[in-house]
Write a protein that binds this ligand. Structure first.
Ligand code: TMP
Length: 238
């Protein structure tokens, strides 16, 4: 049965989400809009929507093949993908292998410092509060998810890190850190949702250390489009 795109449910900073003729499915539509610092910095990255759609679907498919359940159903156009409808758990789940960004700033570790062990962080998804970092106690105190759900989320996040880091290494990309989000399907199953793209990961060239991600936009490093294209080229050959 053909899935029809119905009314817009939500417009975020980088994507629009639409209801469909199937109550269990949504269509996400990736935009070229880019923001940073909680929306303070605004811009456009040409073709970003197309690249993030394709890169995210490619990586989600690869993760599915390695046993991680994801929301991916089917890419239907350059910018649009059918995904399973979920209620997003309001947590940004961050995994870090190498010090960078806010971790470097907070702990005084120079960017590029190899961490002695993998770091897992949670931020409460709330734009008005600037997505504050929270720990397990805060998460349970605010009833953001159950203990069982958080165990599942943490275990998937660390597994995603292992699989993704190994996979990207073959494309000479070092996975510095990334942010993922999870959702609950209608039957309560926790699955990987949102996106995995140069917007939500730090990717450094393994040989030169060149930044191939949204930090080029955040920090005005230039050649933002080129970096996104390079990631798509290395992963999908496009
Ligand atoms: P951070 O070092 O700024 O905390 O970022 C950690 C990772 O999370 C990095 O790969 C970029 C990603 N990220 C997002 O996807 N969305 C955000 O809003 C922020 C702040 C970071």
């Amino acid at each position: 049965m053909k899935i029809e795109k119905l009314n817009q449910l939500y417009e975020g900073k980088a994507k629009k989400v639409f209801e469909t003729s199937d109550p269990e499915l949504l269509i996400v539509d990736y935009k070229d809009d880019a923001t940073a610092f909680n929306g303070l910095k605004k811009g456009t990255i040409e073709s970003k929507g197309i690249i993030n759609n394709k890169v995210s679907n490619f990586l989600m498919k690869m993760l599915e093949e390695h046993g991680i359940p994801t929301h991916l159903v089917e890419e239907i156009s350059d910018r649009e993908t059918i995904v399973k409808r979920v209620k997003i758990v309001p947590l940004e789940v961050i995994v870090r292998n190498i010090a960078a960004g806010s971790l470097s700033k907070r702990l005084g570790l120079p960017e590029g410092t190899k961490l002695g062990s993998t770091v897992l962080e949670y931020c409460y998804k709330d734009d008005a509060l600037g997505d504050p970092m929270v720990n397990e106690y805060h998460i349970f105190a605010m009833n953001l998810c159950t203990k069982e759900e958080l165990d599942t989320i943490a275990s998937y996040a660390l597994k995603v890190n292992e699989i993704l880091a190994q996979f990207l290494a073959q494309a000479k990309i070092e996975l510095i850190d990334f942010k993922i989000e999870f959702g609950r399907t209608s039957d309560g199953t926790i699955i990987l949702a949102d996106e995995i793209s140069p917007d939500t990961c730090r990717f450094w060239d393994s040989e030169t250390g060149e930044k191939l991600d949204k930090d080029r936009f955040r920090r005005d490093l230039g050649n933002v489009e080129g970096a996104y294209k390079e990631i798509m080229h290395r992963l999908l050959g496009l």
